[in-house]
Design a binder for this molecule. Structure first.
Ligand SMILES: Nc1ncnc2c1ncn2[C@@H]1O[C@H](COP(=O)(O)OP(=O)(O)OP(=O)(O)O)[C@@H](O)[C@H]1O
Ligand SMILES: [Mg+2]
Length: 460
């Protein structure tokens, strides 16, 4: 987990995906490292140290969400993203703000379950193979079980069945061989699968999230799932059995315990559009009430409280909250004072410039240019970008952002899609080939747009 990485190393990892925004990277790196530091403390003191939540301020499309997401990835932290403005929709009647903790726990449980599945993978596949052979050769199954469980009866009939047993065992081994070589892939087996239980619709009302959840849980216990038999092809059956066996090998209680710990100690919640719940955003008096209401709803969760989820009680004290917003029309100081105190760290992300666009196009591990290159390679078309071609795209992105609306790095998406539009369409018909995306190519593809400003607004 996040134990080993120093702030410098964290920044270095983030650099692989995000260009610039040095201050924001440094700040989240410290936040992550602080968690590790906290864990080294004496228990009493450890309880006292609260995370320093962060507000990222910056225009759209400059990497706010991306920084937080990559950080969570790096730390192996359960991560979830919510829009603060979502809570306004139902206004101060209150869409349950606590639902974000439930969502995070859901993500944590999935994460740990997946890890545990991976851990028992080999064992589960082994067991699934045996189970599959049992299905293919029911006779060999009874013998196999007998030898283990019913010692006495087996002993009585040893002389009779010895020969028979070795025979079925060898048949079993033959089948095993055939299965491994894929020779049984076309065969069908019958398998007992879990049918879905009766669907019980529970009336749901806003703010009732908790009760609804408990009722659904109760109903599913009252009506256990029915078993039914299904026919399926051998490979499909095998995958099903692997799933079944790994579920059996995983200790559910342990998973819950681990997930709870992971969420409480290293969960990260990203609250987007925090500025939208600032009172001063516009002067509409009426909406102010609900906006402040949302902030007040957020308070206990951010401040540390206990939330009831279907996996038990979750304490939010040490969950890290990273909020973000453009804060064009309001300032963090327009937030209710208590909330300001809970987000002591502020960092500004700067708007991106032409030079950064160029780097975003080329440097990140998942750079757009690399994505298109790989996608088109599947059609045997080799795309090559020249230096001046990339510079030209960066220049265009900058220009269009200036001329119309500044949507940051997202401009590169619309732009590249446009530049490679024809090629994407024609690639399969080209047989194979090589295309060089140079400045001329870029200009050619963007010519009509360049000449017509109205068109720009629609297309890019
Ligand atoms: N500095 C950057 N380096 C690399 N890629 C970036 C950078 N900034 C943005 N991007 C890319 O642009 C896209 C949008 O970025 P992101 O979602 O982080 O924007 P945001 O700042 O959260 O904007 P919004 O305020 O609209 O939510 C992402 O796909 C991201 O990969
Ligand atoms: Mg965002």
């Amino acid at each position: 987990m996040d134990a080993a990485l120093t702030p410098r190393e964290i920044v270095k990892e983030l650099d692989k995906f995000i260009i610039g925004q040095k201050e924001a990277k440094r700040m989240v790196a410290i936040a992550l490292r602080n968690r590790w530091r906290r864990r080294q403390l004496e228990p009493e003191l450890r309880e006292e140290v609260a995370p320093k939540n962060i507000i990222m301020i910056g225009p759209t499309g400059v990497g706010k969400t991306e920084v937080a997401r990559r950080l969570a990835n790096l730390a192996g932290s359960p991560f979830s993203k919510v829009e603060a403005s979502k809570f306004t929709e139902i206004g101060y009647v209150g869409r349950d703000v606590e639902s974000m903790i439930r969502d995070l726990m859901e993500i944590g449980v999935n994460m740990v379950t997946q890890e545990e599945r991976d851990n028992v993978q080999d064992k589960a596949r082994e067991m699934a193979e045996e189970a599959l052979l049992d299905l293919l050769l029911p006779s060999s199954k009874s013998k196999r079980k007998d030898t283990g469980q019913q010692q006495e009866t087996a002993a009585q009939s040893t002389e009779v069945s010895q020969g028979e047993q070795t025979e079925t065992m060898t048949t079993r081994e033959k089948f095993r061989q055939m299965w491994r070589e894929g020779k049984l892939d076309e065969r069908y087996v019958e398998l007992e699968v879990e049918g879905s239980g009766p669907q019980v619709g529970v009336m749901s009302m806003p703010g009732m999230g908790d009760m609804e959840m408990q009722m659904q849980d109760m109903f599913s216990k009252m009506f256990p799932k029915k078993k039914k038999t299904r026919k399926m092809r051998v490979p499909e059956a095998f995958e099903y059995l692997v799933q079944q066996e790994s579920d059996r090998l995983i200790d559910q209680d342990k998973v819950m315990e681990m997930a709870k710990d992971r969420v409480e100690q290293s969960g990260i919640i990203f609250i987007d559009e925090l500025d939208k719940v600032c009172s001063k955003q516009d002067s509409g008096q009426q909406s102010d009430v609900s906006r402040e209401g949302v902030q007040r709803d957020l308070l206990p969760v951010v401040e540390g409280c206990v939330v009831n989820t279907k996996y038990g009680m979750i304490r939010t004290d040490h969950i890290l909250f990273i909020a973000s917003g453009a804060f064009h029309y309001s300032k963090p100081s327009d937030l209710v004072p208590e909330l300001q105190g809970r987000f002591p760290l502020r960092v500004e992300l700067s708007a991106l410039s032409q030079e950064e666009f160029y780097r975003i196009l080329t440097e990140p591990q998942n750079a757009l240019t690399k994505q298109y290159e790989a996608m088109l390679a599947t059609e045997a078309v080799e795309v090559e970008y020249t230096e001046d071609g990339l510079r030209e795209m960066a220049r265009f992105a900058q220009k269009i952002n200036e001329d119309t609306e500044n949507i940051g790095a997202r401009r590169l998406y619309t732009l590249m899609e446009r530049v490679l539009h024809d090629l994407s369409f024609e690639a399969p018909d080209m047989g194979s080939g090589r295309v060089s995306v140079d400045a001329e190519y870029v200009q050619d593809k963007l010519r009509d747009i360049q000449e017509d400003r109205d068109l720009t607004r629609y297309i890019l």
